[in-house]
Design a protein around this ligand. Sequence first.
Ligand SMILES: Cc1cc2nc3c(=O)[nH]c(=O)nc-3n(C[C@H](O)[C@H](O)[C@H](O)COP(=O)(O)OP(=O)(O)OC[C@H]3O[C@@H](n4cnc5c(N)ncnc54)[C@H](O)[C@@H]3O)c2cc1C
Length: 458
Amino acid sequence: MTYDVVVIGTGIVGSAVARDLSGCQLSVALLDARCDVGDGTSKANTAILHTGFDAKPGTLESRMVSRGYQMLSDYAQQTGIPVEHTGALLVAWDTEQLDALPTLKAKATANGYQHCEIVDAPTVYRHVPHLGDGALGGLTVPDESIICTWTTNLALATDAVNRGATLLLNHEVRTVEVGDAATTLHTSVGAVETRWVVNAAGLGADILDREFGFDRFTVTPRRGELLVYDKLARPLVDKIVLPVPSAVGKGVLVSPTIYGNVMLGPTAEDLDDRTATGTSEAGFEFLLSKGATLVPKLLSEEVTAAYAGLRAAIDHGDYLIEADPAQRYLLIGGIRSTGLTAGMAIAEYVHGLLEDVGMPLVAKPELPAPPRMPNIGEAFTRPYQDDEAIAADAAYGKIVCFCERVTAGEIRDAFASVIPPRTLEGLRRRTRAMNGRCQGFYCGAEVQALLERQDIHR
Ligand SMILES: Cc1cc2nc3c(=O)[nH]c(=O)nc-3n(C[C@H](O)[C@H](O)[C@H](O)COP(=O)(O)OP(=O)(O)OC[C@H]3O[C@@H](n4cnc5c(N)ncnc54)[C@H](O)[C@@H]3O)c2cc1C
């Protein structure tokens, strides 16, 4: 068949676009090189739902982050994506940073965010009692929040499939042939025909863009390494503690996670290798030195895991989203550090661009309700805590992963879901199994056996 639209990339951005377009009377495919949705940058970020207070005013990114914050907050309520409105505190550690606070507050206002307040040092320590010595003042950002990036991605992709989109995993697009009426995507498993192509390929977006004859940007993978501290560290950090941003990015922060841990990071290091998601000794040492200043008590807590994600940084000061009606092609490039928050707003913007270039986008008369996602957030009731659920189905009372208290019922449900996991990693992102203190040392074999029993795996 020839699809009306193929969206390349099942990260948060591609999934949001596919969800939006499959709400219209179109045949839509959501395609990815990997064997699961959200297996690229969208799985390994800092997982903050940004207000956009520190964006560059007037940019498309500023607009998309601020709109995306609202859209994703609403969508999270509808679908059960876990969000905690912890708030953030930006801390000034020297007089130069202290002097920058009024400018940052004015910037927040210019970005449409009115709730920042400058606070003195005693107030900073009242907000974050375990903060290291030497803070001179701060800026509050009461609406900055933490969210589950895995559930967000999965909800958007599931919604797209429920609305009729076809999910094509393990399809790596290698070359592209634009014809008069249709475009052929030559993938690792054969040709896919489509009228329109939306390129939401993240780190690979520039390579695909060249297949359409363009040479307008280059992606530089900017690695961010992070440390995850054990749950015992959680009382040390109750809100997101931010540094004053610099030219190279948002800087190293310390934050609670939605799974009840504490996170320290990310680093920012430009690389050539688009696959370099490994962590490094230098990154580890750097983060420990930052942690020693930010929350010194963290250093006596145990690190449960370290991970890294690659931001798709580009040589352009803003998001790069452009339609080329002649080739029935739309690029979404340079979604660097804010795409988790902005994804749904980007989808809305793309919808408008496609309409502007004459694509008929007629809403389907009826749509299925948004999916209700399983809760994997620590602050909300999980199945092992839910007496009624356990009474109705004993599988919710049978713990498989003891560190994260994941039950056999949740693992069974994940395998029976609209987009089931095909790997242990995929199962971890859906349930938290093996995500805890022992990192699967105890439950790994049992979880692996459960995976091997699934037809989907073969
Ligand atoms: C360390 C770090 C911290 C971050 N913190 C935050 C945060 O706190 N808040 C926030 O809002 N954002 C944050 N971000 C940014 C956010 O994670 C990204 O902007 C977002 O995940 C980008 O999503 P995406 O869909 O564009 O890309 P991706 O998730 O990378 O998806 C692109 C997909 O395209 C596929 N693909 C690529 N090439 C091809 C091809 N040729 N054929 C088929 N498929 C292909 C890939 O396999 C991949 O699955 C952070 C990023 C990093 C790295």
